[in-house]
Design a protein around this ligand. Structure first.
Ligand code: GLC
Length: 403
């Protein structure tokens, strides 16, 4: 920031950049008589509609283009099947290419959507960007589908059948679970092929021996959606099942169970975004984990993996394949943790995070993720959800108390 600049000047410049990217990535058209309107996550790399990317794009847009934010979320609803299912990726404009078919969770190449999900954030995004999701029958149906299909044990917590369902693709927390068939490794297509045979039905995957996962971050976003709908909180169930009091962090639960702890990633801290997280837990997450310069508090925090984990890496490719979420800093993760810090009163630290992250975004543009040591932009070059940096730069968190 130049010496005469104020914080507001910077927020304004980031807003201008964000608006430009969101405009450039906006797509509208018609498919079989259905109008669609959505933000491509990145025109070069991601030409379709991705479920959670759309939710984040709508949340970012709520400040300056509420009509488009609404149209984007309505487009997700327009893709829904009659029972409420909405896939992870929706192929409005053209089906998945042959090249990507081996990696995408479709049953046949002409499918309109993948058969897998992403973190069910729609009701929460609707609440922030549009209004009361409980008044939208399509959202209620979708949420009911999610709970019916994925709450396998009736305690309110959801399970996923593949790492990409969490949105965190190749995160090292999945290494001990999916092993050589983890995403970002050459054998991942074998996992897709096996699950395709099982029609991506989570009960069939479980009955075939798994693995399946009760993931912390998926359940945090699911919990926010439930609160947005006025349904009872799942935070007590999350704490009960996934909080590790000794380690002071949350741990995903895999089935079959792991015989060693998985690497610690930002997902272990993601419950900070929950408005009803017990305060003592939130303070431990911030003070013992997030603010630790050996772990997440790197020059551009928060790294996506604790830096003292052997699997932490600043690189994003391996054997010619992209491996996401193994160290670099992502804006959506920063946004969730930052809002939790503010809620708990860590104002100076939240501002520090905002300063360092906004500096990187201003210098490098809306990149997909950033080197946590240098702030260098990495991955896609025109990445929509990094527009959440506008909230961060403006010091203006989403309302976390939903009354
Ligand atoms: C990568 C990310 C995933 C995101 C997608 C589109 O696969 O890991 O979270 O939804 O790109 O941006």
């Amino acid at each position: 920031m130049a010496a005469t600049d104020t914080w507001d000047d910077r927020a304004e410049r980031i807003t201008a950049r964000a608006r430009r990217v969101l405009d450039l990535n906006w797509r509208e058209g018609e498919r079989r008589g259905v109008h669609y309107a959505y933000t491509e996550p990145d025109p070069g790399r991601y030409p379709w509609q991705w479920y959670w990317d759309s939710c984040f794009a709508a949340i970012a847009r709520r400040r300056f283009e509420p009509e488009r934010a609404r149209a984007e979320l309505e487009t997700l609803l327009a893709a829904a099947e009659p029972d409420g299912f909405i896939g992870h990726t929706i192929f409005w404009r053209r089906p998945v290419s042959w090249k990507r078919y081996a990696f995408y969770n479709v049953i046949s190449r002409g499918d309109f959507m993948t058969r897998t999900i992403q973190p069910p954030l729609l009701a929460y995004a609707w609440r922030l960007a549009v209004g009361d999701p409980a008044e939208e029958p399509g959202i209620v149906r979708h949420q009911d589908w999610v709970e019916r299909d994925r709450d396998l044990e009736g305690d309110g917590l959801l399970w996923v059948l593949q790492p990409d369902e969490t949105g965190l693709d190749a995160s090292p927390q999945f290494d001990p679970i999916w092993g050589r068939r983890a995403q970002g490794l050459p054998l991942f297509p074998l996992l897709v092929r096996r699950n395709r045979r099982l029609r991506f039905d989570i009960r069939a995957v479980r009955d075939a021996g798994g693995p399946i996962l009760c993931g912390t971050m998926t359940n945090v976003l699911h919990g926010l959606s439930r609160l947005a709908l006025g349904r009872p909180s799942i935070t007590p169930a999350l704490v009960d099942r996934l909080w590790d009091e000794r380690a002071g962090l949350f741990r995903d639960e895999a089935w079959p169970a792991l015989d060693r702890p998985a690497p610690v990633t930002w997902a272990a801290l993601s419950p900070l975004a929950l408005p009803d997280l017990p305060e003592a837990i939130g303070r431990r997450l911030v003070e013992e984990q997030l603010l630790d310069p050996q772990r997440f508090w790197l020059p551009v925090p928060p790294s996506s993996v604790a830096a003292n984990e052997p699997s932490f890496s600043r690189r994003d490719t391996h054997l010619g394949l992209r491996r996401y979420w193994r160290g670099p800093t992502w804006v959506n993760a920063a946004w969730l943790l930052w809002s939790g810090m503010l809620r708990l009163g860590y104002d100076a630290e939240a501002r520090e995070l905002a300063d360092r992250l906004a500096g990187a975004v201003e210098r490098e543009g809306l990149r997909e993720y950033y080197d946590p040591y240098t702030g260098a932009g990495m991955g896609a070059k025109q990445f929509a959800w990094s527009a959440l940096a506008v909230d961060i730069a403006s010091g203006d968190p989403p309302p976390l108390t939903l009354d």
